[in-house]
Design a protein around this ligand. Sequence first.
Ligand SMILES: *Cc1c(COP(=O)(O)O)cnc(C)c1O
Length: 234
Amino acid sequence: MVTENLKNVENKICQACKRCGRDRREVTLIAVSKTKPVEMIQEAIESGTSIFGENKVQEMLEKQELLKQELPEQELQWHMIGHLQRNKVKQLVGRVAMIHSVDSIRLARQIEDEFSKKNKMAHILVEVNMAKEDTKFGIMPEETEEILRQISQFHHIRVHGLMTIAPFVENPEENRVYFRNLHKLLVDINHKNIDNISMDELSMGMTGDYEVAIEEGATYIRVGTGIFGNRQYI
Ligand SMILES: *Cc1c(COP(=O)(O)O)cnc(C)c1O
């Protein structure tokens, strides 16, 4: 099932790129494997996927360990996409390629502290709540510049761009405005020439809306259900 779903998603990515004149290589697919067993991740790896997204630190580390035993020769990349508690940051040092969900200066400071202790660089995106939903994490769009100015002081953090989780909607066209505005925000901030801040990544689009997100400039799309099927939360 996973193999077939991946082919299907790949086709849609290619079509979306073609529609808007982008090169397929500008878009990185993150296979969101949260709640799914390592057997399914293995199937995805066998079909050529090597980049996975998880939203819980413990679950991510457990899966990394299991897969290291099963497939020691595989080079995998893990992205933390879910809300991150400060007391979990320490465990992530050296274990994560990108943290997509930095949503406060306090969290950024914790990342700086823990990564500096091990002399590692943290690669992050700042999560913006574009639709201003009460139920979502992420900073407000108008706070983004100020937070980036503060983060730019941290020597062990490199900000690569912005991330958003759009509302759950029936018609993905409804989310186009949020993707477009996140892109605009990225461009605006780049024009301000903040020291150490030069961003080119946009993490936006999930199973329901990744094609629209690609048309609006996404460089990372985070697809779970479309690859691994529906999730069951126990
Ligand atoms: C779960 C999750 C996804 C994937 O959602 P699907 O709709 O299953 O594709 C993407 N991004 C984040 C932040 C998530 O938590």
